[in-house]
Design a protein around this ligand. Structure first.
Ligand code: TA6
Length: 292
């Protein structure tokens, strides 16, 4: 399978398809500047984004599973059509543990490297979510930016509603030295305090305990330490760090790993999207390193 994918989609010095961890197929993108990214067909799960110096910007747990039917812990899980346990489906929905198809790769004239993966309904998904759909995940890698765009098409003959999120795990030196900017004055739902709603009063979000909050109607430009996050059509941002106790309860997460990650998840969580038959929805998030 790898050889056939490489023959069809490989691009010299830009796109390589190879065996990833536990033999799961992955697509490696390399930009001429030296930046790179990787995505697994399993869950269309982006697991790596490195800057031009080869420094990893994302976090993947050393204890993560890489196995059919199990989510990868870290990177950028795609949550669809349900976020978390906010419905009857499996946690974070049905596509992050499913196998996607590689459908397109490109090396553009300006040097941007792109890849697209798709997934559609299957007998397994129809059994628990009776809607026909196609989702495409498009990645665009440039010198200082990785963009992930998700497009949802309703290929059914009835409307359906969905939540969607890019559940991004950023790799950081130390959560206790980390700050998130762009949230001051916003209302958030605190998932740890009975969904109480409060207003963020701090100019920068900092961490000293487990944090699990859904910020609503967030401006499209954010900052995570020195990284810029620019989102489109994804009004909500979930901020999560499991801290000590929850880390110890997660079998696919090291007890000390809470120190080295923060989740800043862009999505449509609070107000699900209603999509009519033959209509499409598009959302995107671009992550950029500040040019030094
Ligand atoms: O980040 C929001 C959240 O729903 C947290 O409550 C936590 O459960 C996290 O997602 C991770 O979820 P997962 O199913 O990947 O363990």
């Amino acid at each position: 399978m790898i050889d056939a994918l490489q023959a069809e989609f490989g691009i010299p010095e830009a796109v390589t398809i190879a065996d990833g961890i536990n033999g799961l197929p992955k697509v490696a993108l390399t930009h001429k500047s030296g930046s790179s990214a990787e995505v697994y067909l399993h869950g269309a799960h982006i697991t790596s984004w490195k800057n031009t110096a080869g420094i990893e910007m994302l976090f993947v747990s050393r204890e993560s599973n890489f196995a059919p039917g199990k989510p990868i812990r870290g990177g950028i899980p795609v949550c669809f059509p349900q976020f978390a346990n906010q419905g009857p489906l499996p946690q974070h929905g049905i596509v992050r543990t499913s196998e996607w198809r590689l459908t397109q790769t490109n090396l553009l004239d300006n040097g941007t490297v792109t890849a697209e993966l798709q997934i559609a309904e299957s007998p397994e998904t129809l059994a628990i979510w009776p809607h026909r759909f196609i989702i495409a995940l498009r990645m665009l890698l440039d010198e200082n930016t990785l963009m992930a765009a998700v497009q949802v098409a309703n290929t059914d003959d009835a409307p359906f509603c969905f939540q969607i999120a890019l559940h991004t795990y950023f790799g950081i030196e130390d959560i206790r030295q980390t700050s998130l900017h762009g949230f001051e004055g916003l209302t958030f739902i605190d998932s740890l305090r009975d969904k109480v709603q409060e207003v963020e009063t701090r100019p920068a979000i900092r961490f000293a305990e487990e944090t699990d909050r859904i910020y609503m109607n967030v401006p499209d430009s954010l900052r995570v330490n020195d990284l810029s996050v620019e989102k489109r059509n994804l009004p909500d941002v979930v901020v999560w760090n499991p801290w000590i106790a929850k880390s110890q309860k997660m079998p696919d997460f090291g007890d000390d790993e809470f120190l080295h990650m923060v989740c800043v998840e862009t999505g449509c969580v609070v107000s699900p999207v209603e999509l009519l038959p033959n209509n499409q929805w598009l959302g995107a998030t671009a992550f950029s390193v500040r040019e030094v």
